[in-house]
Structure formats: structure tokens, C-alpha cells
Design a protein around this ligand. Sequence first.
Ligand SMILES: [Zn+2]
Length: 341
Amino acid sequence: MEEIKCIFCGTDSDHVVIEEHGYQGKQCAQCGLIYISPRPSLAEIVDLYGHDDAYISADSHIANAYPTRLYARHHLKIIRSFVKSGALLEIGAGAGYFLDEARKVGFSPYALEFNPIQADFMRNKLDILCEESPLDSSVFGGKHFDVVYHCDVISHLFNPVADFITINKILNDDGLLVFETGNIAEVAPMYFKYFQLFQYPDHLFFFSVDNLVDLLGRTGFKLVRVYRYPILPQLLAIGLMSRVRATIKKWILKSDTEGKHSLGDEGDGDLSGNSARPLSARTMIKHAIRNAYEYVNYLLRYKIGLITPKEGRPQTVIIVAKKQATTAGGMRPAFSAGRLP
Ligand SMILES: [Zn+2]
């Protein structure tokens, strides 16, 4: 564990705004960035993902085919409004469903993924090129990409400034960086209670959109567009669903102890669409209900949320940035609290 300062301002903070799993999220008084300090070492974090001990397991990444592909198609529409084809690298590619969808619409997919189970799944089931190495300018033999994409990855980065500089290096001239993350550092604290989990210590940093724009400016990128999607309706729905689920579980347990048939005794089946095993009618109904729930979740997140207020409220944001020509003034120096491996 090591104490760190704000990676942008280089100042200390004792303003704790999040406490979870024994970790503290401190907010910088100058720029608003929220960061875990003290935090685990880089080796401990790499270990977390390499041993499938991260908050979201490999199994659930692989099982979440339906919502992941749904979200992927939404995001690819945005990407395709800027660029229609080319080599696309996803950092932290999960089970690879985004890249599989990207290939369908004309991109050549490349994946970086630490988790060996997910990396195997991508290579063997989806036929996607995947390296299990950390982000580095030598990945895929020093190849350059037209698009670099990541989703809910920036909060996990040990040194976001250094990693964004690396992303800049591996992009072609005019290459696009597209990523999705939350806006927690600009959310009014009264809304924090709607987050069920901050997923500490997987998440090391929480940013505001201003922080992200600052990060892009320091690392050689020009902001192209910010898409903001208010997620309070989704957070409220998730809270409600988890209460409903808890009630149903209690009811099932009760009926089980009374010797009745359990809803859960056939397992969850394989939701990835890669199983040859036939599904029973009961399992198929369960999948249909789950997919309907995921579709409603998707509508709440990317469509219905849009008609609700944004100011100070939790949002998910998609950022589109372009690699700046190196002649245009170069990069601004950045304070770096993280130690590079
Ligand atoms: Zn700061």
C-alpha cells in the first residue's frame, strides 16, 4: 500500500468522500479528482486480474453476451459516425463481444486482456487476436491502430497519464480514442447513496468530464465530442430489482425447504450463445426474462435517461478524442504520482 497525491495537481487531500472495503477515496480540492489513497501496489493489482479475483469474474463477463453486444452496437454507431473501418484495439476487452460486433461492421479487432480465462475465450471461441500483456507501445509487434477503445477501464488504470501517452503513441495520425466511464467526481454527494458499490479497490480513480478533458490535453489528444447519459433512472431500477430479487430468493428458499421444486436447480445455462447443450423450456424462459430486464436496463441507461436532468447527477459518458498532430505544441507536462513498471 502506498499514499498517493492527485495525479493532476500533485497536491495531498484529506477529504474522504468514499469509504468501501477498507479503502478511502479522497477528493482533490483543486480539480475534484477522486483517488484511492493509500492504494495497492501495481504488482498486487496485476495479480488481482491475473487470478480472476477482480470484482467482475471471467464467468460473468462471458455470460453477459446479450447486454454487452447491445451496448457494443450502440457505441459502434457512435464510432462509425467518425470512422467506418480500420484496426481497432480494445484495452480490457472482457470476453470480446464488443470486438466481435466491431468486426461485423467492418473493423479488424485486436484485444488486450489480463484475465487468462477471458483471453482464451476470445482466441478460441471468437477467433480474436488477444495479448495478455499490459498496455505498452510494443503490443502486437509495435502495430499502430486507427481506433483505440476502452469501456469502464480508465478507473482501473494505475497511471492514467502514462497509459494515455502510450495510447497516443500506438494510434495512427488522426487516430481516434473512444472510451466510456462515469462522471463520479462531478456528482453531488447526495447521489452517492444510489451507487450500490464503488467496486474498491478495482477502481483507483473517479473523474469528472473536466478531469478527462484535462487528461486528454496533457497526453496529446484533442477532444472531439462528449456524450452524456444520465443514469439515475437506471441506478434506481437496479436498486429496486435487487430488493425484488432478494424477496424472490427468500421465497424460493422457503419453498425449497417445504420440498418444492427450485427455480435455480437447473443452473443458469450458457448465456454466451456458445453452448451446444440444448436448453430446457424453463431455462429458456429464465433467459428471456433476464434479456428483457437487460434490454430495459439498456433503454434506461442510453435512451430514457437522456430526458432527465444532468447537472450534478450520475452519468455515464462516452468521450471521443483525436490524436493531435505532434507539431501542434506537443504535450503539456503532467505530474505523475504513479510509478511505471
Ligand atoms: Zn487535483
